[in-house]
Design a protein around this ligand. Sequence first.
Ligand code: COA
Length: 186
Amino acid sequence: MSEAVFRTVKSSQVILKELMVPSYANFGGKVHGGIILSLMDKIAYTCAATHAKGYCVTASVDSVDFVNPVEVGDLLTLYASVNYVGKSSMEVGIKVVSEDFKQGIVKHTNTSYFTMVALDEQTRKPCQVAGLQLEDEEEIRRFVMGKLRKQLRRTHQQEITDIRKSLELGQAISQLEGENCLLPKG
Ligand SMILES: CC(C)(COP(=O)(O)OP(=O)(O)OC[C@H]1O[C@@H](n2cnc3c(N)ncnc32)[C@H](O)[C@@H]1OP(=O)(O)O)[C@@H](O)C(=O)NCCC(=O)NCCS
């Protein structure tokens, strides 16, 4: 029987830097959120595939709240780290900061968690990934939090499914008063 493999968190940590060029701007002159999401997906893949030593897909992305706008001309830095590993899934934590060179201002843009799943190259089915060799208290804390978030995601998905199944439209309509919508006439 082959022995279980464990890899350190540091061995797959990634830092990605990208200059925010004018072609990334939205109509308001700030950097388009989609550009940042795409960079986050790229770094999540790089981090997960480095840990898994193989092909991975993005299974889910936790909410992404942009707490500060990113300006054209800023240098964006993304930090990615595998927080938690299940059987075939990995939670990658991503922190994004933007830096205005001229004024020397560094701003936290957002933090999010991507769940990546390792797939077998031949069958394209989820496959076992190496475990995490945790080396300090911070890595243990992140692993524990990643495990909790995995449970919460499952519970949340189940709750949404249950609500959709049991939805009584007539009753829901009666609770729409004061909401920002118009109902069809008749
Ligand atoms: C992600 C995917 C491989 C999961 O396949 P599946 O047959 O449901 O696999 P399983 O139920 O065996 O779950 C495998 C692992 O994925 C995790 N997982 C599955 N769906 C998930 C979701 N929506 N969010 C978070 N994790 C998920 C499971 O918890 C499990 O983790 P574990 O092995 O560590 O316990 C499959 O849904 C898929 O291929 N999705 C499309 C991914 C893709 O194309 N992404 C790019 C978008 S353009």
